[in-house]
Design a protein around this ligand. Structure first.
Ligand code: NAG
Ligand code: NAG
Ligand code: NAG
Ligand code: NAG
Ligand code: NAG
Length: 357
């Protein structure tokens, strides 16, 4: 009789095995971040020739008791908040990983390549930032270090479980709105953006990227910077470009997934999400969705946020921190949507589902 194990014992054991296996399988070991000032956590601080910097107060007035770290925000940005949701530390700036640290160890924990001013086009703010192709070049250095240290199988396994986050495209669109001569049609311009995006995403797939979080561009025409140019109304063309880019980027990811069945992604339609906050401010806790909190002039957007700028006290009820960037409050709403939300704002799966694959 001692040799016969009751059935329920077996099923309890099986249940535990399935549970623990499932749990381990869904753990995201690291996040690799690519993008612009919406995600920069300090890379531009280490670019001596760049004027695109936010390493002075009042930027960071709400960051860890008031610290200007290079984030273009009053507090945390989307890269910080998404890491928080995943239970990870914020991935540190690639340019601040010092030569005496164990590179393999640092690179395994995640890296941010995001750099204020970057666009998907290599030409956007070139010389002032790590362009998107530069960011992917730097990631290939990281990937090579990991492959050399751990072997290809272990390195690729680690990368395949990691999340690759993209927040990029706004600066190309802003540049387009400033262009006066030799302006391509909106569709031709967006096509050139998508072509560059495709090249870089394909390179990254080859280097081991399998889980993508893509944050589309917001309604850029409704930034305080753009509103000051049309009474206080949104700039319709910038918003239209954003919608076109988002549609194209989402189609590109869909097509890539058809080609590469082991690729998964979450896409956030940030344009539609932010337009909802603009239309129904009270519902989302905002009292001011047009003016910047920090800056000077009409909508506090004629002069950017500088060390001597005045700034609002009620940062939690302002949608915009400065003439271009959202407050931490806005980024918290967006991050909650991309992590837990559903179609039509986030699709085909949210980040919580992506992280559990
Ligand atoms: C850069 O690294 C140093 C040392 O690790 C750290 O104290 C500092 O906060 C880092 N700066 C940024 C912007 O991450
Ligand atoms: C660097 O870190 C890796 C991964 O944690 C570890 O395997 C390796 O032994 C470390 N190298 C040194 C020189 O400490
Ligand atoms: C200016 O605002 C009006 C009202 O919202 C809008 O109809 C018009 O398209 C805007 N002009 C530009 C250049 O965006
Ligand atoms: C998918 O594969 C086809 C055939 O190789 C290729 O022409 C196309 O560019 C690929 N599309 C994407 C988005 O990777
Ligand atoms: C703030 O600083 C800027 C740049 O240093 C300067 O041009 C401007 O006059 C200053 N504004 C005030 C109100 O002091």
């Amino acid at each position: 009789m001692a040799s016969s194990v009751p059935c329920y014992v077996i099923s309890v054991v099986l249940c535990f095995i399935v549970f623990f296996h499932g749990y381990a399988h869904g753990t995201v070991p690291a996040m690799y971040v690519f993008g612009d000032s919406l995600a920069d956590v300090g890379n531009n601080d280490y670019l001596p020739l760049s004027v695109l910097k936010a390493n002075f107060l009042p930027n960071g007035v709400d960051y860890n008791g008031g610290q200007a770290t290079g984030r273009f925000s009053n507090g945390k940005n989307s890269a910080d908040l998404l890491a928080e949701k995943l239970g990870l530390p914020t991935s540190p700036p690639y340019l601040n990983i010092s030569s005496d640290t164990n590179k393999t160890k640092a690179f395994l924990n995640g890296v941010s390549f995001a750099s204020g001013g970057a666009g998907v086009l290599d030409s956007t703010n070139k010389g002032q930032c790590l362009t998107f192709p530069d960011q992917v070049d730097d990631f290939s250095t990281v990937q090579k270090t990991l492959v050399d240290a751990l072997g290809s199988d272990a390195a690729m396994d680690h990368l395949s479980k990691s999340i690759f986050c993209f927040i990029i495209g706004s600066n190309d669109i802003l540049d387009y709105t400033r262009e006066i001569v030799f302006k391509p049609t909106p569709q031709d311009f967006v096509n050139s953006m998508l072509s560059s995006l495709k090249d870089q995403l394909q390179r990254l797939y080859t280097l081991g990227t399998r889980k993508v979080v893509f944050v589309g561009t917001g309604p850029i025409g409704c930034c305080p910077s753009q509103r000051t140019q049309n009474s206080t109304n949104c700039d319709a063309q910038a918003n239209q470009l954003s919608v076109m880019y988002n549609k194209g980027a989402s189609n590109l990811l869909h097509d890539m997934k058809s080609n590469y069945s082991d690729l998964s992604y979450s896409f956030l339609d940030a344009s539609s999400a932010l337009l909802q906050y603009l239309r129904y401010p009270a519902k989302y806790g905002f009292t001011e969705v047009k003016a910047a909190c920090c800056g000077h002039g009409n909508l506090n957007a004629n002069i950017p946020c500088l060390p001597n700028s005045s700034y609002c006290n009620n940062r939690k009820s302002h949608m915009f921190w400065d003439l271009f960037h959202p407050t931490e409050a806005t980024d918290r709403l967006l991050t909650t949507t991309i992590f837990d939300g559903a179609a039509p704002l986030v699709y085909p799966i949210n980040v919580k589902q992506l992280s559990n694959l």
